[in-house]
Design a protein around this ligand. Structure first.
Ligand SMILES: [Zn+2]
Length: 451
């Protein structure tokens, strides 16, 4: 990590830790002040917000229009407060980008396809990125995991190693020479990853719940010979059953950390396991229904509207994230002054199972398909597993797309992960039909015999 960045991250983390001891009213005052600063900045520097909030500059937050991801992309250049940031140029740059590249020497770029299947680019300057990194460090604090910088902490991450993925950038920038660290890719065969973890013996382990389910399967087979102090579960909500099984069978506690590429950490679980504490000191998170009407604690909303109080490069005010969450009616016994989310639905990354030549089954993470299909489809993709093989849907493939080449790539990758060859069919569509909740399902399992 660059020295100025680490100093900035540690300062921000110190400030965030101080907020844990405040009263809820004091956090509200911080929100109020930071929101006024954000709006003032956006109205003076962003041509988009000058129009989007025209006539509403003095209205409360709840009366402002929400910003969808497609609005964000359509108006990216006008939302930006730096006229050098142009979406098309950023997209081209990211295709060649290495994990430590800074755009114009000062911007951290990252992208996500998220649950809607559409790529979006997000930009952080040094101050914003230091806040986001500090928010990730605080997930360890919430879980009661102390980082020892002199060899006792051994950190292992199974996530994405794609350079534009936030987990890759967090993993890279949080690297401290004195903390041994192992970064593995979720798309590699689970048994290879477990061999490397058994050798590395991590004390802190960060991964996706869907990967953790694969690891629990291997635990049942006696292949797992490492036992961290804690596991941080990111990117997808975990089920209570998963965490119960982790502690009952493995003796390891799991902690949910709910973040988004757009905002950094949104909420994280503490040792009381009563829900996830919302980062009310960095964000304003509104739980709303389809019509943007507030949803009270105890009820499940349709989406959240997130205002990122520290965003300046591309201010995010009432930005829509289509996860369904339920806020808790009660406060947590740990005494932290933040609101609590007790349930998150959505973002569930289903992995697929395929037969292996020896009659056992291999599980393949959805990121495998993401990395194979995203370079081919301009708009969106979907993988459907049926009893007779895989059916792929691609919306608007790129020029020069070759179905034969894609099929070969997929067969090679499945073979590498230990699966027998699959029958593959490819369907080209203008638009992929959405699932019952309106979301585009990236992975659909219609193969009842394999689950
Ligand atoms: Zn708590």
């Amino acid at each position: 990590m660059h020295l100025p960045l680490i100093i900035s991250v540690l300062q921000k983390r110190h400030t965030l830790r101080g907020h844990d001891r405040l009263l809820p009213e004091q956090i509200q005052r911080i929100q109020h002040r930071k929101l006024a600063e954000l709006r003032q900045f956006a109205y003076s520097r962003s041509g988009f917000y000058q129009q989007f909030h025209k006539g509403l500059f003095d209205k409360p937050l709840g009366e402002l229009p929400s910003l969808s991801k497609s609005d964000y992309l359509a108006h990216f250049n006008e939302i930006s407060t730096d006229s050098r940031l142009r979406l098309h140029a950023l997209e081209s740059y990211m295709k060649q980008m290495a994990v430590d590249d800074l755009y114009l020497g000062r911007y951290w770029l990252m992208s996500t396809s998220g649950s809607t299947g559409k790529n979006a680019v997000f930009v952080y300057d040094k101050t914003e990125w230091a806040v986001a990194l500090a928010s990730y460090m605080c997930c360890n604090d919430f879980a009661g995991v102390k980082t020892n910088f002199f060899g006792k902490t051994r950190l292992a991450i199974i996530g994405s190693k794609t350079p534009w993925h936030q987990s890759a950038r967090v993993g890279h920038d949080m690297a401290v020479r004195t903390v041994p660290r192992l970064r593995l890719d979720a798309t590699d065969p689970v048994r290879e990853n477990i061999d490397r973890l058994n050798e590395f013996q991590p004390t802190v382990f960060v991964t996706y719940p869907s990967v953790m389910e694969q690891i629990l399967e291997e635990l049942r087979l006696g292949r797992v010979q490492f036992k961290p102090l804690a596991v941080l579960l990111t990117a997808e909500p975990s089920s209570p059953a998963l965490r119960q099984e982790m502690s009952a069978r493995w003796g390891v506690e799991g902690f949910d950390c709910y973040g988004a590429t757009e905002t950094g950490v949104i909420a994280a679980e503490c040792a009381a396991h009563k829900g996830l504490h919302v980062r009310d000191d960095l964000l304003i998170v509104e739980n709303v229904d389809e019509k943007n009407q507030p949803v009270p604690p105890g009820e499940l909303g349709s989406k959240i509207l997130v205002t990122s109080l520290f965003s300046r490069t591309l201010p995010l005010i009432r930005y829509e994230i289509t996860d369904c969450v339920r806020f808790s009616r009660s406060r947590c016994e740990c005494g932290r002054p933040y609101g609590l989310i007790e349930e998150i639905q959505g973002r569930r990354a289903d992995f697929l199972r395929f037969p292996a030549p020896d009659g056992s089954r291999v599980t393949v993470h959805p990121n495998t398909f993401k990395s194979l299909l995203e370079p081919e489809a301009v708009e969106a993709w979907q993988v459907i597993q049926r009893s007779d093989g895989l059916h792929l849907r691609l919306a608007r493939p790129r020029a020069g797309f070759s179905p034969d080449r894609l099929e070969t790539k997929i067969q090679n990758e499945l073979a590498r992960q230990g699966s027998v060859s699959q029958k593959i069919s490819i369907e080209i569509m203008d638009e992929i039909p959405r699932g019952p909740t309106g979301k585009l399902l990236l992975i659909v399992n219609q193969n009842n015999t394999s689950v």
